[in-house]
Write a protein that binds this ligand. Structure first.
Ligand SMILES: Cc1cc2nc3c(=O)[nH]c(=O)nc-3n(C[C@H](O)[C@H](O)[C@H](O)COP(=O)(O)OP(=O)(O)OC[C@H]3O[C@@H](n4cnc5c(N)ncnc54)[C@H](O)[C@@H]3O)c2cc1C
Length: 292
């Protein structure tokens, strides 16, 4: 059994912010991460709204976060947390058992998909969940982005610099994105916004993905379909109170389970951004420091 005061699940900006403050307070901390440090940040092409950085790439900021926890000697184990014994306060990862006094969910959220026929088959081969990751594969091609929020608009703008034409298909009549992004997208000549477009199926012919079909009968041809239609919180392992899957916390980041905290995009809140996720990680650290 490996003993820790605090175990944080997730090395996104919220988990890392929490770990920095805990380690500076001398608290033995472990982060468990099943993918890459930085989490969703790795999918953001450019960040322009995080104070202190006029403009910085998502992966670049992720690497700086990693360097920062390495400087503090935070233990970071790359593995998937699949089992938590809340009564005994033990997490099992593979053959290893870790005990904790405090547990932090900083597990973030993942992209929602349309759940239409053929989606699973073509994901990663013509259907993408990340323009920053896959955009370069579609240089000078026509592509589709589905969605109408800030992520969708940012992705469309990003792709417009690489691709020949970008169709942004949104089911509503007014984009939900930040004003600054709406103004920017309107000035880009190779983006066509299709309002009130409901995708009814993927357009597959002769075992080839051609684009999408809309419920009004229209077919839109493209080499790749990028989905940016919202998120699902990674909260399956949390057994306490939730709202639509998002973990409910108080101002101190405490959940309905004793000594279990949550921060960042996995919690039920209004603003899902780097700055809020980071500050929530710090609030959780402060609550743990007070109790340790
Ligand atoms: C394309 C895109 C662009 C964005 N642009 C901006 C922007 O310009 N400005 C801005 O402020 N915000 C932006 N955001 C939002 C911002 O990235 C998020 O709000 C922030 O990264 C959330 O951080 P987090 O630590 O809460 O969660 P995440 O970044 O999601 O990190 C959670 C981590 O937990 C890990 N994890 C999950 N489950 C487990 C498990 N069972 N075991 C182990 N590890 C697990 C995940 O692998 C992940 O690394 C953008 C997001 C996206 C997707």
């Amino acid at each position: 059994m490996v003993e820790y005061n605090t175990i944080i699940i997730g090395a996104g900006i919220s988990g890392i912010s929490c770990a920095i403050y805990l380690k500076r307070a001398g608290i033995k901390t472990l982060i468990l991460e099943n993918d890459m440090p930085g989490g969703q940040l790795n999918k953001a092409s450019v960040i322009e709204n995080y104070p202190g950085y006029v403009s910085i790439g998502g992966t670049e900021l992720s690497m700086m976060l990693l360097e920062q926890i390495q400087n503090y000697d935070v233990d970071l184990v790359y593995d998937d947390v699949s089992k938590i014994d809340y009564d005994k306060k033990i997490i099992t990862v593979g053959d290893t058992k870790y005990s904790y006094k405090h547990l932090v969910f900083a597990t973030g959220r993942r992209e929602r998909t349309l759940e239409l026929k053929n989606e699973e088959k073509w994901l990663g081969r013509g259907i993408s969940l990340c323009a920053t990751c896959d955009g370069a594969l579609y240089k000078e091609k026509d592509v589709i982005v589905i969605g109408g929020g800030s992520s969708a608009v940012s992705e469309a703008i990003y792709l417009s610099n690489i691709c020949h034409k970008v169709y942004l298909i949104y089911r509503g009549s007014n984009l939900r994105a930040e004003e600054i992004l709406k103004e920017r997208i309107e000035r880009i000549s190779n983006i066509e916004i299709i309002y009130e477009g409901i995708v009814s199926s993927y357009w597959v012919e002769d075992d080839k993905l051609n684009g999408v079909c809309l419920d009004n009968g229209m077919k839109i041809k493209a080499s790749c379909v990028f989905l940016a239609i919202g998120h699902i919180p990674n909260s399956e392992l949390f057994i306490g109170d939730k709202n639509s899957g998002y973990i409910k916390v108080n101002e101190a980041g405490e959940t309905s389970i004793n000594d279990v905290y949550a921060c960042g995009d996995v919690i039920d809140k209004n603003v899902y951004q780097l700055i809020t996720s980071s500050s929530e990680g710090v609030l959780v650290a402060s609550s743990i420091i007070k109790k340790s």
